[in-house]
Design a protein around this ligand. Structure first.
Ligand SMILES: Nc1nc2c(c(=O)[nH]1)N[C@H]1C(S)=C(S)[C@@H](COP(=O)(O)O)O[C@H]1N2
Ligand SMILES: [Mo]
Length: 310
């Protein structure tokens, strides 16, 4: 197996920014107060995550301000407007929360979110998130490689795909009362994509726990794919022999493929994917193949027709 190399960012190129909100300041934000009430004491007492491993995953670009990261979201369980999640997700109950590991595994298990938090050392990784709607952000995520969890579940030889299932609870998620998507939100990866070191099981951003609108308490982040592959607020990770049909494939099979790798050369049927607007910038930028992570992930797709497997 190839050893993956990650872009090394010289320390001087990372814009030092006083963007990490102090916990008190965070609590003054909309979701913060509600979040504080629901957090278990240990995380609060520790003032967030405490010691974080900062790995060399920096994109070398200016971070998108926290205000945009938490104010401009796609989370259809709370409505289809970009400001709906910030306005409506604050009441999402993130404790108790479990994630079940099911399907083609030798060790099916239901993990408590606090067990998940202790599974692996947390790392901060600066990844770009590129939405299929042609906007993007640069976000300092906190999590650990999904591979850590996959390994512990001991997938059987039949496990070829992994499906992620988000919470289904219309009482808490008012968007689920309308059939914009088939609920629960389901996404998936091929097992080698799920095992790739860039695929992050994510529990925080900007030095703190995930705000509800960003998929608290745990979500996936797959930085070389369009944003919709990164399922929020997940409750199950299912190992499968067959490729699952995701909610977006079901909603529009011509528009949303299973692979959904960021690809400037393959347009969405209704618009070009060649450019993107970095939130906060005026001029559009050229979209990079695999969202700029080609060196790390292109080998996963060697020999595949990426126009067919879009
Ligand atoms: N459960 C769930 N996960 C989801 C979505 C959603 O509607 N529901 N939207 C996706 C889309 S389209 C994008 S672009 C990203 C947005 O992540 P962010 O709001 O943290 O930036 O979340 C993805 N994950
Ligand atoms: Mo998206």
């Amino acid at each position: 197996m190839k050893t993956y190399r990650y872009p090394k960012i010289p320390a001087g190129e990372i814009t030092p920014k006083p963007l990490f909100l102090t916990r008190r300041k965070f609590m003054q934000t909309a979701g913060g107060a509600a979040l504080a009430a629901l957090l278990p004491p240990p995380l609060l007492a520790a003032g967030g995550f405490g010691q974080l491993k900062k790995s060399e995953f920096g994109a070398g670009e200016e971070l998108t301000p926290l205000k945009s990261v938490t104010g401009y979201n796609n989370f259809y369980e709370f409505g289809t407007g970009k400001d709906d999640p910030a306005a409506r997700a604050g009441s999402l109950k993130t404790r108790p929360w479990t994630v079940s590991i099911e399907g083609e595994v030798k060790k099916p298990i239901t993990l408590d979110i606090d067990q998940i938090l202790k599974m692996a050392p947390l790392e901060e990784r600066i990844y770009r998130l590129r939405c299929v709607e042609a906007w993007s952000m640069v976000i300092p995520w906190i999590g650990f490689p999904l591979a850590e969890l996959v390994k512990r579940a001991e997938p059987t030889g039949n496990a070829k795909y992994v499906e992620f299932v988000s919470l289904h609870d219309p009482a808490q998620m008012p968007g689920q009362k309308s059939p914009v998507l088939e609920w629960p939100y389901r996404e998936g990866l091929r097992i080698d994509e799920a095992m790739h070191p860039l695929t992050l099981l994510t529990v925080g951003l900007y030095g703190d726990v995930l705000p509800p609108q960003n998929g608290a308490p745990v979500r996936v982040v797959v930085p070389w794919k369009y944003g919709f592959k990164s399922a929020k607020s997940i409750v199950a990770i299912r190992f499968l022999e067959q490729q699952p049909t995701t909610s977006w494939m079901q909603a529009g099979p011509q528009e949303y493929g299973f692979y959904a790798n960021v690809n400037p050369e393959v347009d969405h049927p209704r618009w070009s994917q060649a450019k993107e607007r970095r939130i906060g910038e005026f001029l559009k930028r050229k979209t990079l193949m695999f969202n700029g992570y080609a060196e790390q992930v292109a080998p996963l797709y060697a020999g595949m027709d990426l126009a067919r497997y879009f």
